[in-house]
Design a protein. Sequence first.
Length: 135
Amino acid sequence: MTVSLFLAKFLGVYLILISTLMLTRREVMRKGFQEILYIPGLLMLSGLISLLGGIAILIGNSFLLDGSIVVTILGFLMVAKGIIRLGWPNICRDWGNAFLRDDKSWLWISIFSLVLGLFLVAQGCMSEMKQGFFG
């Protein structure tokens, strides 16, 4: 299994789990996200984790214009999110609060994340089947 396939399946499963929780446990998830926004250490830690994860994805992933481009874009978005959380926490708080207050945004982001997660897992599994189990 290539790094791109692993990352596609890993990020896909993550997105499926988080988006399902966002859809089914809305208030619990909102409260958790709200707490991250107002505890500076947690916001910084989440920024560091996002930055490190994004850099790891960009280093390990191939930059090809195929199915792995989605993983590459997610890596760049994670790096940007990490930088914003570390460098401009007030902007992050403002955006986060606007998102948490808007039920339509919450629903659309949750559904988009679920569909993206399903797409990534499907791409990872279909690509693996095309290559065969032993490459």
